[in-house]
Design a protein around this ligand. Sequence first.
Ligand SMILES: NC(=O)c1ccc[n+]([C@@H]2O[C@H](COP(=O)([O-])OP(=O)(O)OC[C@H]3O[C@@H](n4cnc5c(N)ncnc54)[C@H](O)[C@@H]3O)[C@@H](O)[C@H]2O)c1
Length: 361
Amino acid sequence: VGAGDGYEVVIGDGVMDTIGERLRAVTAAEKVALVTDQTVGELFAMKADTLMARAGFTVVPMAVPLGESSKSWSMAGDILEALAAHAISRGDVVMALGGGVVGDLAGFVAATYMRGIGLVQVPTTLLAMVDSSVGGKTGVDLNAGKNLAGAFKQPLAVMADTSTLASLSEDEWRSGLAEVAKSAVIDGEEFFAWLEENAAALLDRQPDVVEEAVGRCVEFKARVVGEDELEEGPRECLNYGHTLGHALEKASGYGTVPHGLAVAEGMRFEMRVAMDLAGAESAFVKRQDRLLDALGLPALEVELHATEVHAAMRGDKKVRSGVVRMVLPSAPGQWQCVEVADATISAHLGAWASTKEGDQP
Ligand SMILES: NC(=O)c1ccc[n+]([C@@H]2O[C@H](COP(=O)([O-])OP(=O)(O)OC[C@H]3O[C@@H](n4cnc5c(N)ncnc54)[C@H](O)[C@@H]3O)[C@@H](O)[C@H]2O)c1
């Protein structure tokens, strides 16, 4: 995976049991700064610490409070100071043990401490396994918006132990499922059809199906990132469903609509815009609706004004010269990033909002 020398992504039940040897295989570091959040720390840090100590590493644990608010400039500063206070040196590594919050934060710190030291990602949420731990994007939020400061930092390795997912909450599980669905639609017919067949098993967290889904998503993302490491073109496809999704999260107040449901709703909405502008056929639209239903990502019931959502959409990172751009798929595996005129968005948002009022099926 990745540009340059590439790196290995190991996925499987029990990968954590060999974390010490696996880490030794990619670094000669003496110390490991183990960054996690409180929940993940309580669940897995002790085990990781013991196994790495056995492999000869000195582990320096650093736990941050739960949630997105830890992905902050000040938290990054605190960790950087802590790295210096513990005399972490150039040859040492930062390990991100946790979900996307810890991965983005610890990754950003690893990218900036001494102008960059080694990073290892140990994702423990489905979202982090299928999306955020691979691809090298790291960063923190600013008051003005999410992910506004960051750096590209490819890890030395990614170790995804799928057995850690058993303790994830339903909402967190669905956040990951929405990204799996997104990947399948953009990747192509083979993945899409596989997911249709295995949706119920994946919703039930059947281990072999979970492992395969993570593997398929990582392969897909690695391919996309390999073509466009710095997000100058094709990588935009990963934003499918996120133009409306992010706007919904913002307009309703972060934390109100779970991320996964917001992204799934975004996919439903953007697919309808794709019918209008990109030639998506109604059979494809229905297939995606059924897939999302089967993954436990039903159409949302939200009370939101179309104008508020539209305003939030204008803050999307794909906006260019004030024009909203959306990733619009025309068939599995085929998509384009299209400028969508304000009037078109208003019309679609109006239709969308009216379905929420129960005026239409
Ligand atoms: N860098 C990227 O390419 C990229 C891509 C997508 C998303 N992101 C970022 O990822 C973040 C969201 O990630 P997330 O959804 O993983 O959130 P998160 O890191 O906040 O994790 C969600 C919750 O799950 C808990 N948790 C983690 N692992 C657990 C486990 N195994 N068992 C029980 N609980 C566990 C955490 O403590 C947390 O409360 C956002 O900040 C987003 O911007 C980054």
